[in-house]
Design a protein around this ligand. Structure first.
Ligand code: PHE
Length: 445
């Protein structure tokens, strides 16, 4: 296929919704609020904002520039723009896409199960303080977990199979505004509960005594995963963007939307958790155990529980399609597969690769290197592949392909942006160095 008949986003808004859809995911709704709470609340939020709007937005712009400059998938882009060993960076992205989607599909499947459970007994069980047991029983039931994982993966494959404009763009343009509305419903409910203030205080009161080196590294790591950076996702999405669109404002808008959803999620979660005297427990626990308990104590709890898991489902599927698209674009551009074949075959392979993760939580799959398989996959991708990808992508834009990156980011001088010099130096020095530090810490730790 020549680059001329490459699929394209129907509009700039469609591209922004799709890229924001990729960024806003499971990482925003449960991980950000929790990491914030544990890292000194408002103090962490300030550091996070500083990092995502400097390093995060810069790497995002670099990825979009590479993708649109080459008009190809992650591997093909590096091959076309420089060659040598650089396509390996794209390869790492494709592999990261496989791995992340394999376990992401498992957790996302839980959101579907929990939408249904909201109306079929979860509230009653949670009201008796047994949401933890219910979650344990659910994740140790292989048929259930794999069934919901399969349903979620079918949805993801279907959207990617429909293509860029008719699939990813169309669904993101509906699901992203819907997600935002649902989030507002939950926020209004949460902050009007008696005792909501305690939660807001826990979330927002800056406690600088909790800020350490690790806080900054946590903010950087959270920022990369949350913005979908380091694996060629924005390269792939950028490759479907028309040459007429300005990139810097797009990168900024996507960064802004992602950060806003993460920030707002805290307003939906903490006031509710504290109003009912629950512990702001970690990760999956907060989402699938603490929150059902909170909802079970509210009037119309089943409804609010459903709204929450629907929101989480929208967030997850608009991210999972971007993960699959990174892989599909590679097989399409480089190996000449058609979209249908690539979507179904790769989707199926990723589903199969996810089965050990699905089984691992109930102890039906042996631990590997002392970790549950799901945690191992998460660790390998978030702590190894994404940071490595991020380092090489910024070096590529800042040193190797600088003139091209500049030309692309400014649309050949037609778009001026005030931060051009800052952007170049962030790509050259700040991002590679900062990310190298998380990487070393991540691998050790
Ligand atoms: N950004 C997504 C989230 O926050 C996860 C993701 C990472 C998606 C990397 C695509 C690529 O959940």
């Amino acid at each position: 296929m020549s680059t001329n008949d490459r699929e394209q986003w129907g509009s700039r808004l469609g591209f922004i919704m799709a890229a924001a859809g990729s960024a806003v995911g499971l990482g925003n709704i449960w991980r950000f609020p929790y990491v914030t709470g544990m890292n000194g609340g408002g103090a962490f939020v300030l550091i996070y904002l500083l990092i995502v709007f400097t390093i995060g937005a810069s790497v995002m712009l670099a990825e979009m520039a590479i993708g649109r400059g080459a008009g190809l998938n992650a591997v093909g882009s590096f091959k076309k723009l420089r060659g040598g060993a650089w396509p390996l960076v794209g390869w790492m992205g494709v592999i990261a896409g496989f791995i992340i989607l394999s376990f992401y599909g498992v957790v996302a499947g839980w959101t579907i199960a929990y939408m249904i459970k909201s109306f079929t007994g979860l509230m009653e069980v949670a009201a008796q303080g047994k949401a933890g047991d219910a979650f344990g029983a659910f994740v140790s039931n292989p048929t259930q977990v794999i069934l919901y994982q399969a349903i979620f993966m079918l949805g993801t494959i279907w959207i990617v199979f429909r293509g860029i404009g008719e699939g990813i763009e169309k669904y993101c343009k509906v699901m992203m505004p819907a997600l935002f509305l649902l989030l507002l419903v939950l926020i209004v409910r949460a902050v009007t509960l008696d005792g909501a203030m305690k939660g807001l205080e826990f979330y927002l009161k800056p406690d600088f005594s909790k800020v350490t080196g690790k806080t900054i590294l946590d903010a950087l790591g959270q920022g990369f995963f949350s913005l979908s950076l380091g694996m060629g996702c924005m390269i792939t999405y950028g490759s479907y963007l028309s040459k007429d669109e300005a990139l810097p404002s797009a990168a900024f808008t996507v960064t802004f939307l992602d950060t806003m959803v993460a920030f707002l999620a805290g307003f939906a979660i903490f006031p509710a958790v504290f109003a009912f005297n629950m512990e702001p427990a970690a990760g999956p626990g907060l989402t699938f155990i603490t929150l059902p308990s909170v909802f079970s104590k509210m009037p119309m709890g089943a409804f609010f529980s459903f709204v929450f898991f629907l929101l989480l489902f929208f967030a997850a599927i608009t991210s999972s399609v971007s993960l699959l698209e990174v892989c599909v674009a590679y097989f399409k551009d480089e190996l000449g597969w058609d979209r249908a074949k690539a979507s179904w075959i790769l989707g199926l392979l990723i589903f199969l690769l996810g089965i050990p993760s699905a089984l691992s939580l109930g102890g039906h799959f042996p631990k590997v290197l002392g970790k549950d398989f799901l945690d191992l996959m998460d660790y390998l991708s978030s702590n190894v592949l994404l940071p490595l990808g991020g380092i090489f992508i910024s070096i590529f834009a800042g040193w190797i392909w600088l003139d091209g990156a500049r030309a692309e980011a400014t649309s050949n001088g037609r778009v001026q942006f005030a931060f051009e010099t800052a952007w170049v130096w962030i790509c050259r020095v700040v991002a590679p160095l900062a990310v190298a530090i998380i990487f070393i810490k991540g691998v050790k730790g």
